[in-house]
Design a protein around this ligand. Structure first.
Ligand SMILES: [Zn+2]
Length: 313
C-alpha cells in the first residue's frame, strides 16, 4: 500500500513571517509538490501567551502573496476539537502509566539539580528534570504533567543524516501539560500530525532536537512516525538565529519573487537567475529583462527541489 504524501507548514502566530520562516514554508511546500502530495497549513496557537492577535491572518496573507496556499482548509489548534484530542492523548498516556503529575516549581527543580551535582546539559535554559515526582507526589498538588522518557533515541533526517539523542540524560521527563493548563507544543504537534495524516515533516533545523521527544510520544500513543527533513536556518548579522524573539523583520510580500529567491538560496536550489537567460541578439531591447511569473518560478523551484531531494531517502 502506498501512503500518499502529506506535508504541512505549522507556524506559531507570534508575529509575521520572517526570512527564516519563509525558508521552512517554501521547503515544505516544494517537498509536497515534488512528491505530488498535499500541503496543509496549521496555525499552532496553543501557546496563547505567545500569540499576537491578528498574526495568524497576517501570516496567511503573506503565504498567499508568495503563492503558497494550503490545499485544505487551514486548521487552528485552539478550537475545541483539537483541544479535546490533546486531552484524549494525555488521558491515554496516564492510563498507560507514562504520564504523571509534577508538583515542582522551577526553583524546586533547580534545588534538586543542585543537590545531585547538576545533571545539567550545560545549557541553562535546558535543565534536565531530575525525576522528583516520578514515584509520586507525596501529598503535593500537581502543577504540570510530564511523560516518562527512556532510552537512547536514534532517528534519521533526510538532510542531516543519522541523528541520536539520549532522552533521559539530555532531555529528561518532559512536560506535556503545562502548569498554566495549556497543552505543551510536543503533545499538540504529535496529535495534530497524526490527525492530519502527515507523512513528512519539513521544518527549520532549530526544531531538529525536538524530534526524539515527538517520536517517543508517537510510539507511546501508537501513532505513525512521519519522515523528517530539517532545513538550514537563517542567521542574523550578530550570529543569532533569525526568529520572532530576536525581532526579525517581516518579509516584504510586495516583492514575492525576491523573498522566494532569498529562501531558495538558503535551500541551495539551483535556479535560473531572476531575469532568466537572455536570448542572444533576438529580443527587443525593452523585453530584455523578463521576470518569470510567480507560478513559473514555483514550477522551476519544484523541479530544482525534486532533483536535489527526491532521490534522498
Ligand atoms: Zn516534579
Amino acid at each position: 500500500m502506498v501512503t500518499r504524501y502529506r506535508g504541512r507548514f505549522a507556524p506559531t502566530p507570534s508575529g509575521p513571517l520572517h526570512a527564516g520562516s519563509v525558508v521552512a514554508a517554501l521547503a515544505s511546500w516544494l517537498d509536497a509538490r515534488a512528491h505530488g502530495g498535499t500541503w496543509v497549513v496549521r496555525i499552532e496557537d496553543t501557546d496563547t501567551p505567545r500569540c499576537v492577535p491578528g498574526a495568524d491572518h497576517h501570516i496567511l496573507h503573506q503565504l498567499d502573496r508568495l503563492g503558497l496556499r494550503s490545499d485544505e482548509p487551514v486548521r487552528w489548534q485552539s478550537p475545541s476539537p483539537s483541544q479535546d484530542a490533546y486531552e484524549a492523548a494525555w488521558r491515554a498516556l496516564q492510563a498507560k502509566g507514562w504520564a504523571y503529575g509534577c508538583a515542582c516549581s522551577r526553583q524546586d527543580i533547580e534545588r534538586a539539580l543542585a543537590r545531585v551535582g547538576g545533571l545539567n546539559t550545560g545549557q541553562p535554559a535546558a535543565a534536565v528534570y531530575p525525576g522528583t515526582c516520578r514515584t509520586g507526589l507525596g501529598g503535593r498538588t500537581p502543577r504540570a504533567w510530564r511523560v516518562r522518557v527512556e532510552g537512547h533515541w536514534a532517528w534519521h533526517d533526510r538532510r542531516l543524516g543519522p541523528q541520536s539523542q539520549d532522552l533521559p540524560r539530555e532531555v529528561g521527563d518532559f512536560v506535556i501539560r503545562r502548569a498554566d493548563g495549556l497543552w505543551a507544543y510536543q503533545l499538540a504537534v504529535v496529535v495534530d500530525d497524526a490527525a492530519q495524516c502527515i507523512t513528512d515533516v519539513v521544518r527549520g533545523e532549530d526544531l531538529a532536537d525536538n524530534t526524539p521527544r515527538q517520536q517517543h510520544l508517537q510510539r507511546l500513543l501508537g501513532l505513525p512516525l512521519p519522515r523528517y527533513l530539517h532545513t538550514p536556518l537563517v542567521w542574523a548579522c550578530d550570529g543569532q538565529k533569525l526568529s520572532k524573539q530576536t525581532g526579525a523583520m517581516a518579509v516584504d510580500v510586495d516583492r514575492p519573487l525576491s523573498v522566494l529567491q532569498a529562501a531558495a538560496q538558503v535551500l541551495q536550489l539551483q535556479l535560473p537567475a531572476a531575469g532568466g537567460p537572455k536570448p542572444v541578439g533576438s529580443s527587443p531591447p525593452d523585453a530584455a529583462h523578463h521576470t518569470p511569473s510567480l507560478e513559473r518560478w514555483l514550477e522551476q523551484a519544484t523541479q530544482a527541489w525534486a532533483q536535489r531531494w527526491l532521490a534522498v531517502p
